[in-house]
Design a protein around this ligand. Structure first.
Ligand SMILES: [Zn+2]
Length: 94
């Protein structure tokens, strides 16, 4: 059957290709996180009003979510959108 060597060759070949792709993804994620952290940190208290619908954001929420920009409703809507966008391709695998 298979004698180790063949598997190693395949492993190395895919390992190289996959490595670059993963690194690029991690890079983008880290840069995104840093950008978010930088834009969020200076204003630890967050916004008084929702960026989307201009609804007042409760102090408790601003405390709980440093740098908050959206009210609960809009944040949930965005989370759902992102979840739908992120999971859409995965759901198709079913
Ligand atoms: Zn809102």
């Amino acid at each position: 059957m298979l004698d180790g060597r063949g598997i190693e060759d395949i492993h190395m070949a895919t390992g190289w290709a996959g490595d670059g792709a993963v690194h690029e993804q991690i890079d983008a994620t880290i840069q995104d996180a840093i950008a978010r952290a930088r834009s969020g940190l200076p204003r630890g208290a967050g916004r008084l009003r929702c960026e989307d619908c201009d609804a007042p954001i409760p102090p408790a929420r601003r405390k709980a979510v440093p740098g908050v920009r959206l009210c609960v409703a809009c944040q949930e809507a965005r989370d759902r959108e992102q979840a739908a966008a992120g999971k859409g391709s995965r759901h198709r695998l079913r």
